[in-house]
Design a protein around this ligand. Structure first.
Ligand code: HPA
Length: 270
């Protein structure tokens, strides 16, 4: 095991004690969920041994331990991305540390563009599957973390957990559908031709995160739920130009709905 990960795990133990069962990773603009936790304690992600800094507007750079309802949860509001210049290994470092510490279930969220008119900005979409279009993989290398060399990813986004969440959404009267997420490196938004290609390949959503994290966690035996907040129609779906500002504004408009859904999911996963 890499000693930097062991140090990160020891740091989490020292700061927070026993690991909760569940973690949430918050996507761009979705960080305010971390503020809804009670009895919370937070650290800056920069203080986790060997972690790299998040530089993106809309990310707090914090790891927060607290309670949502009666469920203990650790919330990472400080994801790092490949486009910031980090390797897949660096991007998944904090998640591997959380898994080593003992967290079993992970809710991974992100902001994403929609490759068609099917999923409108403001929709929350459960990730059913993904396409890793980054050309990179955090599992490259010799570190196996006690997991398999060739992990099976046929149920990477737990079908059992998704079923439960669709029921929760129904009870809340939220329209929720499922989709396939294609991951790109960014940082530019895609060309219209690229989006037409992704749509033809079966991708409903496109974004610059998530898949490396999911691959690393699946290999370490975690259970995963993926939620995309659709922030915009991807390039060429409409005539609008894209901007990070638009992405953040849309997440603001769905924050209440997003927070409520997460709260209910956490309650049911206790
Ligand atoms: N493309 C890639 N990443 C994104 C988008 C997009 O349209 N929206 C939010 N993240």
């Amino acid at each position: 095991m890499g000693s930097s990960l062991e140090e990160a795990k020891a740091y989490l133990e020292r700061e927070f004690g026993k690991a909760p069962k569940i973690a949430v990773v918050l996507g761009s603009g979705l960080s305010p969920f971390a503020k809804t936790l009670r009895e919370s304690k937070k650290v800056s992600t920069a203080s986790i041994p060997s972690s790299v800094k998040s530089t993106v507007v809309g990310h707090f750079g914090e790891l927060v331990y607290g309670k949502s309802g009666s469920t203990s949860v650790i919330v990472l509001a400080g994801r790092v991305h490949g486009f910031e210049g980090h390797s897949p290994t660096q991007v998944v470092h904090n998640l591997r540390a959380l898994r080593l510490w003992g967290v079993k279930k992970f809710i991974i969220t992100n902001a994403a563009g929609s490759t068609s008119r099917k999923h409108k900005p403001g929709s929350l979409v459960l990730i059913r599957d993904h396409i890793n279009f980054t050309g990179l993989n955090p599992l490259t290398g010799l570190e196996l973390f006690g997991g398999p060399r060739f992990p099976d990813v046929s149920d990477a986004y737990s079908s059992k957990w998704r079923k439960q969440v669709l029921q929760i959404a129904k009870k809340l009267k939220f329209k929720m559908s499922e989709g396939v997420y294609a991951a790109v490196n960014g940082p530019n938004y895609e060309t219209a031709a690229e989006i037409r290609m992704f749509f033809k390949l079966g991708a409903d959503l496109v974004g610059m995160s998530t898949v490396w994290e999911v691959l690393a966690l699946i290999q370490m035996g975690a259970e995963i739920l993926g939620i995309s907040c659709v922030t915009n129609f991807a390039t060429g779906v409409t005539k609008e130009a894209l901007s990070h500002h638009e992405v953040i504004e849309t997440t603001k408009s769905v924050q209440k709905k997003f927070n409520l859904l997460l709260e209910k999911i956490l309650q049911a996963s206790n």
